[in-house]
Design a binder for this molecule. Structure first.
Ligand SMILES: *Cc1c(COP(=O)(O)O)cnc(C)c1O
Length: 468
């Protein structure tokens, strides 16, 4: 039997309910066809994000109770620091309240206006933190990572040619740090191979520029290396992590992903001076260096979560569950970005709803239809999120793809519930041309996808023939 077996049993449950279709139609209209504005109590399966949505284990809940809330040098910090040093192997471990705070501190102490920071693909928050300092966030992912139909094992790999070109074009002095996102969230949750990590690392060392991982999903990346990369199949996850991290000079981490907690983050660094500068800024913005904007109990839960995420049974189940959702969608002929990512499936809305022009937000239509059809919440990653004016021509530019991300929270939903999600996706597709396009009625000046309001083009019902 080829099932992603759950390496746990359920000890506490939380009631969820499926509100009626007329109620969903009313809520969707009130929310301006924007699922960010629908109350979570009226959502049946919530796949908006895998960030901070993990279910904690009994041992993590127990760790919360044992948290030491001393302001300085708490026992919980010592435990957290010990676990991080064991897995990551860096000299300095600096807690922050979440990932973006770690990035903000890292860049503020190293990057200045006019600098350039290459990555495979910057996540929104690393990009925003780099740009906030007046620097350029440069994506250097290999071309394979930009082709949604290509089946390849390591589509998160960075292109060494693009990285070299960046050094030639901008000069070594303008590149204070190179980032590598493992796994590559904005590129479909695709992993980076050990071979590529080593190549990028060797190049950075030759250039004498530090390499820093955006390590949110490091354990998922290690699992992909173990499963897919030649020479690593017999090696343990701990071994693979140690080898990965030894190739870099530090990392930023959102503990809301692979530390299996609801809030938290940290920075690791080897360089003493950089760590000292960063710690000084941390005290100003986040708190004393042994709690960094968190409670002692949060550090204790993180330490335990990091131990649990290394369990190969957990990783096989976790990534197997996402892959299984992909296989269900294959059976139902729902098109998605290939292959399935570590933490999410990205439905290809242009292929699913080909009757809709880009101006009518096909991925947002699919997202709204998922809610109306089955109470499922996903997130649009398409024109609503990424349309922008070309600075040279003033023309509106659409992103390369119209995607609907189904992000799977860790240890939260059963296989049955994800089967249901696949059925809802198929039902939305079957209704095809019945779904009407959407138009914006209100939008803010930036990051509009969070708060914009929309309506069916020209008014009326969202689904043709629907009596409302
Ligand atoms: C979530 C995420 C971040 C930011 O972390 P927060 O905890 O949400 O601030 C940074 N990089 C990647 C790749 C992420 O997935």
């Amino acid at each position: 039997m080829d099932l992603p077996f759950e390496p746990y049993r359920i000890k506490v449950v939380e009631r969820i309910r499926r509100v009626s279709r007329p109620e969903r139609a009313r809520l969707l209209e009130t929310a301006g066809y924007n699922v960010f504005k629908i109350p979570s109590a009226s959502i049946y399966i919530d796949l908006l994000t895998d960030s901070g949505t993990s279910a904690m284990s009994d041992l993590q809940w127990a760790a919360l109770m044992r948290g030491d809330e001393a302001y300085a040098q708490s026992r919980s910090f010592a435990e957290f620091e010990g676990v991080v040093k064991e897995i990551f192997g860096y000299r300095h471990v600096i807690p922050t309240h979440q990932g973006r705070a770690a990035e903000g501190l890292l860049f503020a102490t190293r990057v200045k206006a006019g600098d350039v920071v290459p990555s495979n693909i910057h996540f929104d928050t690393t990009r925003a933190n780099v740009e906030h300092l007046g620097a350029i966030a440069l994506d250097c992912v290999a071309d394979a990572g930009l082709d949604p139909h290509l089946e390849a094992p390591f589509k998160g790999d960075m292109s060494l040619d693009k990285l070299r070109d960046a050094f030639t074009k901008y000069g070594r002095e303008r590149i204070p740090v190179v980032m590598l996102t493992i796994t590559n969230n904005s590129g479909g949750g695709q992993p980076v191979s050990m071979a590529n990590i080593r190549e990028v690392s060797a190049f950075c060392r030759e250039m004498d520029v530090p390499l820093i991982f955006d390590a949110c999903r490091f354990a998922e990346n290690a699992w992909f290396i173990q499963q897919r990369e030649e020479g690593w199949s017999g090696r343990g996850i701990e071994d693979i992590c140690r080898e990965m991290f030894s190739c870099a000079d530090g990392c930023t981490m959102s503990a809301k992903k692979d530390a299996l907690v609801n809030i938290g983050g940290f920075v690791c660094l080897n360089d003493d001076e950089w760590a000292r500068d960063l710690t000084n800024l941390l005290i100003l913005r986040e708190g004393f260096p042994t709690y960094g904007g968190l409670a002692g109990r949060d550090l204790a839960a993180m330490a335990q979560g990091l131990r649990e995420v290394m369990d190969p049974d957990y990783l096989a189940y976790r990534i197997g569950q996402v892959a299984r959702l992909g296989r269900r969608l294959d059976e139902l002929e729902v098109p998605y970005l290939r292959p399935a990512g570590g933490h999410a499936i990205y439905v290809d809305a242009l292929a699913a709803l080909p009757h809709l022009p880009r101006e009518q937000f096909p991925a947002q239509v699919f997202t709204a239809a998922l809610y109306l059809e089955g109470g499922v919440r996903a997130v649009e990653i398409g024109s609503l999120m990424f349309d922008h004016k070309d600075p040279d021509t003033g023309q509106m530019v659409h992103p390369a793809m119209e995607l609907v991300r189904l992000a799977v929270p860790r240890r939260v939903y059963t296989h049955t519930q994800l089967d249901y999600v696949a059925e809802v996706c198929a039902a939305v597709m079957r209704k095809g041309r019945n779904w009407r396009g959407l138009e914006i009625t209100w939008q803010p000046s930036a990051l509009r996808h969070f708060t914009a309001s929309l309506r069916p083009v020209g008014g009326g019902t969202f689904e043709a023939g629907d009596q409302g």
